[in-house]
Ligand binder design. Structure first.
Ligand code: ADP
Length: 486
């Protein structure tokens, strides 16, 4: 179905305990190309029973994987990284075909995803403890970090590859074992990663992937199982809250990467051309379907007209179409439900008096492509201000003062990414400190990198992925108090 150089990457079975398996019921899920609507594969529709088996095998594998030396774990992770890079073209093809993003972006995601595996292959060797001066003459105190145990990871469709590696690489590096449930909309990228993990030589049961059309049942099986010690989730705030409640019963460690409502602020003294470039990158990447996409653009009154005009010119250059074709910038939204929501948000702005400067409708190119849209005269009571749009729609708000814009930017339950453009260094500090967000992009619209801690505050969640902090989410701290050292 998918043209691949390495045919072994087209997997239509799940990977449990080192075996490729179908569901107990034999039921399957259809996977479609959102651009062409073609059926591109089917995968098993597993349920709670298979999920429990995967957890049991991950638990059994943990007993030995945790005792591998850091160097041994590192070598296997390194091999997995190399295989991903060797197969980048195929992995990107699978990703574009099941998800819709332009091929260049898909390749970028594979590189980004693999970079976590490379990084944590290295970090595996640096899970240092401490020696603390004791609290008595005969006392010595040592601190060690130990892998938590079985990790359940639930991941979304907008980054079908990187959201898996960003969780799984640090977990495996720390000595944990994993059960992954990818999105039912993009399971093929996940299963291709499992194939490469098998080739890299992870022992059976260390990495398990199950696919399902019944996410609530599998989520319940994961959160209620006593052998799962950590749940790491990336997805909507709505589902994150459900999982948090479910995890409370057995007091599991959790990491939550949830929704965002990123402000993108342009001050009067900004480099306007750079700000336009940053806005295009952060707003329209993946057709606006990322949790760090700028959601609300604020332009100061002195440069408002110039910024909006230049943004409109840049938006007209974006090429819409099939992500597999060269030169495409905007592909389809993931499914009709997503498109309806974007239409609702724009209609809400329109009927409440906003101006639709460009776009504002479904493209003629494809019924799931929404035209890149700029909304002006938007106000804070509109859905474009309150909701995470998750589509190529950029509302631009005018502001007068720094304090006013910080207040508007923070006026949301979310706190993931934020961006601003300006050159006054004192203001850069003030605004960076004033924004209630886990991440701040200063004069840049691209902030995601392996080497920095990705994560949010407020209802965008907690936990950090990537960087030297990323592995901390997968270890327990244990301290040993030595007495009688005379
Ligand atoms: P999005 O809005 O981006 O699709 P979701 O939060 O709905 O985000 O989905 C993210 C992931 O969470 C997907 O893998 C999806 O299957 C899964 N999911 C959805 N509902 C539940 C649930 N009740 N319990 C566990 N996982 C769920």
């Amino acid at each position: 179905m998918i043209p691949l150089k390495n045919k072994s990457l087209y997997k239509t079975q799940c990977y449990v305990n080192g075996e490729w398996r179908n569901s107990n019921s034999g039921d399957r899920i259809n996977v479609y190309n959102p651009y062409s609507k073609e059926l591109v594969g089917t995968v098993p529709d597993m349920g709670a029973a298979e999920c429990k088996e995967a957890i049991e095998s991950a638990h059994a594998a943990f007993q030995t994987w945790k005792d591998y030396s850091a160097g041994e774990r590192s070598q296997i992770l390194r091999k997995w990284f190399e295989l991903q890079m060797e197969n980048i073209d195929d992995l990107a093809n699978i990703l574009t075909i099941e998800q819709g993003k332009p091929l260049a972006e898909a390749k970028g995601e594979i590189r980004y995803g693999a970079s976590f595996v490379e990084w944590f292959a290295e970090e595996a060797k640096r899970v240092y403890g401490d020696v603390i001066p004791g609290h008595g003459r005969d006392k010595r105190i040592t601190v060690i970090k130990q892998p938590i145990g079985v990790v359940a990871a639930i991941t979304p469709w907008n980054f079908p590859n990187a959201m898996i590696t960003r969780k799984v690489a640090p977990a495996l590096a720390a000595g944990c074992t994993v059960v992954i449930k990818p999105s039912e909309l993009t399971p093929l990228s996940a299963l291709a990663l499992a194939e490469l993990a098998e080739q890299a030589g992870f022992p059976k049961g260390v990495l398990n992937i199950i696919t399902t059309d019944d996410a609530p049942s599998v989520g319940q099986a994961m959160t209620s199982h006593s052998k799962v010690k950590k749940v790491s989730f990336t997805g909507s705030t709505k589902v994150g809250k459900i999982l948090l409640k479910q995890c409370a019963d057995s007091v599991k460690k959790v990491s939550m990467e949830l929704g965002g409502n990123a402000p993108f602020i342009v001050f009067d003294d900004a480099d306007i051309d750079a700000a336009v470039e940053g806005a295009i990158a952060s707003k329209f990447r993946n057709a606006g379907q990322t949790c760090v996409c700028s959601n609300r653009i604020f332009a100061q009154e002195g440069i408002y007209e110039e910024f909006v005009n230049k943004l409109a010119i840049a938006v007209k250059d974006l090429q819409l179409g099939d992500g597999l074709k060269e030169g495409i910038n905007i592909g389809p939204l993931i499914e009709p439900k997503a498109l309806s929501f974007v239409e609702k948000v724009v209609d809400n702005a329109r009927t409440n008096g906003a101006t639709i400067l460009t776009g504002g409708k479904v493209s003629k190119v494809n019924d799931l492509i929404y035209e890149p849209t700029i909304v002006t005269n938007a106000t804070t009571d509109m859905m474009v201000f309150r909701e995470e749009i998750f589509g190529p729609v950029a509302p631009v708000f005018k502001f007068k003062t720094e304090s006013e814009v910080i207040e508007m930017a923070n006026d949301t339950p979310y706190g993931l990414a934020s961006y601003f453009y300006g050159r006054d260094y004192a203001r850069i500090w003030r605004v960076s400190e004033g924004l209630e967000y886990g991440m701040v992009g200063i004069n840049t619209g691209m902030i995601s990198t392996t080497v920095a801690p990705f994560g949010g505050i407020k209802e965008s969640g907690f936990g950090r992925e990537g960087s030297k902090y990323g592995i901390e989410d997968f270890v327990n701290i244990k301290y040993m108090c030595w007495g009688g050292v005379e």
